[in-house]
Every structure is written in C-alpha cells, then in structure tokens.
Design a binder for this molecule. Structure first.
Ligand code: GLV
Length: 326
C-alpha cells in the first residue's frame, strides 16, 4: 500500500507533484489550515506530515499519529514543533535551510533601510495629501553608509546581512554564542564583540537567532537601555525573541529611534501600541516570500518527506541523531 501523506495547507504545486509520486496525498489546499481537532483526525493514519510554521505540532498531534515517520516543515525555523517529543518517538523532523538565506537577508536589509530612512512613514504622509513643499528637515532619518551594523546571531542569514552591509560601507560587529573562524571574520569583514558592546555600539541592530528557551525575550528593556537613541532595531527571526511591549515603550520614549519588524510575538496579532507608532515599519512575516524561494522551500520539504518514505535519509534533518541510531 502506498504511504499516506498529509499536507496541512496550501503550498506551491511543484511540491504536490513530488509528494504524489511518493504516496497518497491528503491535501488541505486552503490557507486557513486545520483546527487542532481536524489536524489530529487527519494525521491519524499518515506516515508523513508536510506542515508550516503556523501549524502547532505538539505531543497531542503526535499522540494521534501512531504511524508518523516524518514531519517536514516548510520553514527553516522549527519552533512550532516539539522536537524532543518527535525525537522520543522516532519521528524525523526536517526543515528548509539555505534556500531562503538571501531572500530573508534582502528583506531584513530592506527593513533596515525603510526604518532608517523613514520610507513607510514618508509614503503614508505623501499619500494622505500632506506634502506641500520641500523642507530642509522633512523626514530626515539616519544614514546607513558609514554606520555600524550589529548582528545578533551569526548564522546563514546573519552572514547574508554582513555581505550586504559591506556594499554599503558599514562597519559590521556581531555577537553569537561562538566566535566565527578567523577566515570567516576576514571574508565578511566582521568583528566579534561581547553582547553589551553589540547593543551599545550598533546604529542598526539586526536579530538572527532561532527561537528557543535561551533566546525568548533576549532583546528587552535592559537591552534597549544600552542602545543609542538613534539606533534602529530589525527583527526577521521570530517575534518572541524581542519583548514587544518593551520595544513599544522604547520607541514611544525615544530610547531607540525606530524599528523594522517582520515577526511578532503572537502572530497575526500585533501589539496595538506598535500599530499606533509612526517610527516602526511592520510587515506580515514575509522574510522568505519571493515566488522562487517559497517554491523551493515547498519542494525541499516535499523531497525530505519523500526521502523518508522511501527509506532514505532526508537531506535536511533537524534531529539527525535518529539517523545515527539506525
Ligand atoms: C520563516 O520564518 C522560516 O522559518 O522559514
């Protein structure tokens, strides 16, 4: 009997073609997804689950899925999945690293520029008919060239930011748990600094850490106190890494100048105080949203699921210890 696969929500069709060659596909081709009850019912007889970051895959879902072999997340982040529970049950989890690095770094840099140069705010001003004349200080913002970019979390996307910043003549400093190899520092022109220096010295601070127990609210009121009043914060990682209420306070009081946010603590809800502010650019979690990249993420997830169903090692396991154990 062919293996059974559940796709929880709409994906690019190229992925469905791959999955249909690998088994029988139950495809919930909507953007709304499935309720927790619907998900548990639908996954009950499946060997593969292709899901997205908006699907919470917890112990209850896995309890309902006794035959499940693989959870293929269409995202590089996997904080929506209870990894220890999956590993404990021998379920491989896969993600989509690499393909979205440059697309996400592009968006992070766009937010950096939009927040620094007040682009969204100026666009709203013009469209609402408020522009009557050129003025010396109309929407004066903060220069990007010649200024310091701080990168919190030097993974693939953090390095992508460093590469872009080089082209803008920025000084780039970074902080991570581990210092990069000297060749990497040289190639990207980056300097390692301690955490406090990162917050103190950055004119633009871009967050690129994964969400986990250690990074939740890693950027909050204590960090905003360290930052320059002219500094710009950019977050394209996961919302809960930044304390949204503390950020709203810092933006209201002028403790930091502005922010560009792609991710939020309780998506799709956005802290109302942020919505009321002019000095923050808000976009709805579109970091990897180019047609090409999102298509590649979908096909990558499909290939991961298909590999496991064919008894092969998936290309992008998050819990590879399960493969080692075999
Ligand atoms: C998007 O946020 C992802 O993790 O791929």
């Amino acid at each position: 009997m062919p293996p059974r696969i559940l796709v929880t929500r709409h994906v690019y069709p190229e992925a469905i073609a791959i999955l249909e060659a690998a088994g029988d596909v139950q495809y919930n081709d909507t953007s709304a997804g499935l309720s927790a009850d619907q998900l548990q019912a639908a996954v009950a007889d499946k060997q593969a689950l292709v899901c997205q970051l908006t699907d919470r895959i917890d112990a209850a879902v896995m309890d309902a899925a006794s035959e499940l072999k693989v959870i293929a997340n269409v995202a590089v982040g996997f904080d929506n999945i209870d990894i220890p529970v999956a590993t404990g049950r021998g379920i491989l989890v896969t993600n989509t690293p690499g393909v979205l690095t440059d697309t996400t770094a592009d968006l992070a840099f766009a937010l950096l520029m939009a927040a620094g140069r007040r682009i969204a705010e100026a666009d709203r001003f013009l469209r609402s008919g408020q522009w009557h004349q050129w003025e010396i200080d109309l929407f004066s913002g903060h220069d990007i060239h010649g200024h310091t970019l701080g990168i919190l979390g030097l993974g693939r996307i953090g390095l992508g930011m460093a590469k872009r910043a080089q082209g803008f003549g920025m000084r780039v400093i970074y902080h991570d748990l581990e210092r990069a190899a000297p060749e990497v520092e040289d190639e990207y022109g980056i300097e390692y600094v301690d955490r406090e220096t990162l917050f103190r010295d950055s004119d633009f601070l871009s967050v690129h850490v994964p969400l986990n127990d250690r990074t939740r609210h890693m950027v909050g009121s204590a960090e905003f106190e360290l930052m320059k009043p002219t500094a710009v914060l950019v977050n394209t990682s996961r919302g809960p890494v930044v304390d949204e209420r503390a950020l709203a306070e810092a933006l209201e009081s002028g403790q930091v100048a502005s922010a560009g946010l792609d991710v939020f603590e309780d998506e799709p809800t956005v802290e109302p105080r942020l919505l009321a502010l002019e000095n923050v650019v808000l976009v709805p979690h579109i970091g990897s949203a180019s047609i090409k990249t999102r298509t590649r993420m979908c096909t990558m997830a499909a290939k991961n699921a298909a590999a496991v169903l064919a008894g092969q090692a998936p290309p992008n396991p998050v819990n590879p210890e399960l493969l080692d154990a075999e």
